[in-house]
Write a protein that binds this ligand. Structure first.
Ligand SMILES: NC(=O)c1ncn([C@@H]2O[C@H](COP(=O)(O)O)[C@@H](O)[C@H]2O)c1NC=O
Length: 515
């Protein structure tokens, strides 16, 4: 069956004049709505107004223009069904074989900084999705185009054989239902958010593909990278890659982990990450100093890692970074001199992060974790601890310097896989015990890694000590201050061990498990 009649109704009119003209040249009759009609007519494309088809004016500020049986019968009639044929004939209706629609820009509207609720609502397209869905349901006979990227290939098929293939129509129909589902999901999330209903009974979210990935965590696993439609800047999804090979699955998840730690700090900070855990974090008065500390924290593990900085990277730091093998360097931006130095390295990837919100102003995001047959959803852990929240539970209170190191360590240990113990000294991490099945085991690893630097260090624990053994171990290593949530039935054992060893211990009252 040849395509004889097309209905065109598009908000984004890019490329529509050329496409319509070519269709008209192929003998396709074109019907169109208000703005699209005016444009095509102005450009000399033969076109019929929708009201001439429906016998009804476009009314209510465009809220009703294609919502009419003359349109939907033309789209939904089963061409080889005699009853349908009879009904169409009796009512003087005609078939519509091709629909080209793109929708009111709801996403772009809600992305505007001060969008009003009324404006958002007015940008919910009703007639467009209705036509798309009718046409997509009847893809056995009707071709439906929602993406300007399909104009060229469709035209080729029409030129070659007067119609599209069933395979093409099926592919386009699937695309339409993905499109309308994503569109509706954005609307429902917007409305739920306005109503403060974050976790409704069905969880409908939409993600847009950033890129296919070569493979997943391992080469035998398929993978792709998706972003939220309106992801804020300062994320791995929105970062701009300035140099280097394509990001891998592990690069992306490690970069994300590095950024979560980086966002804890407003002062110059550098974070080095390996396999989702921090191997070195440093803060300083300059980003160069912060990098020297992050490097000195663990010069072995940083090799092949990811380094993220929260200030523009200049030539002096770039020289140092270029001297070791790193997978990725992330910074808000790079000076031209730093770029000159680092782009000489073929194997390094450079990501320009852009701006992100200050540490205290972060809002929780919904974090989704898959489980077989379902998923878990929780808020991201953006809790920030105020000094006033601390309980001083030992005879000795921490000195100002100890307190500084405790708070620094607390910000980082939160991002270490549980059970996590972290040692901090001189504004840098000196020992990280990650992902152990018992807490004292994590402490042993952190202390061993710190070596001589454990003496005088501050220890941070992501969850409470179930007994006094970790404090005893810390005391033997010369650790002088501890920060931990508290709340164990054996807190007194830990407090007594700290007092016996002149350790200053503080409780946060907050736990930071990370699995
Ligand atoms: N109300 C309707 O009957 C209706 N029919 C088509 N539209 C939309 O109107 C837009 C095109 O309008 P125009 O051709 O007037 O610029 C398209 O995005 C299309 O999806 C409609 N508008 C919204 O629902």
């Amino acid at each position: 069956m040849a395509i004889r009649r097309a209905l065109i109704s598009v908000s984004d009119k890019t490329g529509i004049v050329e496409f319509s003209r070519e269709l008209a040249n192929q003998g396709v009759q074109i019907i169109s709505t208000g703005g699209t009609f005016s444009l095509l007519q102005k450009e000399g494309v033969p076109v019929i107004g929708i009201s001439d088809v429906t016998g009804f004016p476009e009314i209510l500020d465009g809220r009703v223009k294609t919502l009419h049986p003359a349109v939907h019968s033309g789209l939904l009639a089963v061409r080889d069904d005699e009853e349908h044929q009879k009904a169409m004939k009796e009512l003087g209706l005609d078939y519509i074989d091709l629909v080209i629609v793109n929708l009111y820009p709801f996403k772009e509207t809600i992305a505007k900084p001060n969008v009003s609720y009324e404006d958002a609502i007015e940008n919910i397209d009703i007639g467009g999705p209705t036509m798309l869905r009718s046409a997509a349901k009847n893809h056995a006979f009707v071709t439906v185009v929602v993406d300007a990227g399909d104009y060229g290939p469709i035209l080729e098929e029409v030129k070659a054989q007067g119609d599209t293939t069933l395979e093409t129509r099926k592919r386009l129909a699937a695309k339409v239902f993905r499109h309308t589902a994503a569109y509706d999901s954005l609307i429902s999330n917007y409305l739920s958010k306005q109503m403060g209903e974050p976790l409704p009974e069905t969880y409908t979210v939409t993600y847009e593909k950033v890129q296919d990935l070569r493979y997943g965590e391992n080469p035998h696993q398929k993978a792709a990278f998706y972003s939220k439609p309106l992801a804020a800047s300062g994320n791995v999804t929105t970062a701009e890659q300035l140099h280097g090979k394509e990001l891998s699955y592990n690069n992306i998840s490690d970069a994300n982990a590095a950024l979560a730690i980086l966002k804890e700090f407003d002062e110059p900070a550098v974070v080095a990450v390996k396999h989702m855990n921090p191997c070195g974090v440093g803060i300083g008065t300059t980003i160069h100093e912060a990098y020297e500390k992050a490097y000195a924290a663990d010069p072995t593990s940083i090799f092949g890692g990811i380094v993220a900085a929260n200030r523009m990277l200049g030539a002096d730091t770039a020289e140092l970074l270029g001297g070791i093998f790193l997978e990725i360097i992330i910074a808000p931006d790079f000076t031209p001199e730093a770029l000159d130095i680092l782009t000489k390295k073929k194997n390094i990837r450079l990501l320009k992060l852009g701006e992100h919100s200050a540490a205290g102003e972060r809002k929780p995001e919904w974090l989704v974790t898959s489980v077989d047959g379902g998923m878990l959803v929780q808020e991201s852990d953006v809790h920030s601890l105020a000094e006033a929240d601390l309980q001083f539970v030992t005879d000795r209170k921490p000195t100002a310097e100890e307190l500084k190191q405790l708070l620094f360590g607390w910000k980082v240990v939160k991002h270490v896989k549980s059970n996590a113990i972290l040692l901090a000294k001189d504004d840098m991490t000196v020992g990280v015990g990650a992902g152990q099945m018992n807490r004292v085991g994590a402490a042993r690893i952190a202390i061993e890694q710190a070596g001589g630097k454990a003496a005088g260090a501050a220890l941070a624990s992501d969850a409470f000590f179930p007994m006094g053994d970790t404090v005893e171990l810390a005391a033997k290593a010369g650790i002088t201050a501890i920060i931990q949530p508290g709340g164990s039935i054996k807190d007194e054992e830990s407090i007594a061990a700290a007092n016996a060893n002149n350790i200053a211990m503080v409780f946060t009252g907050v736990r930071h498990f990370k699995h």
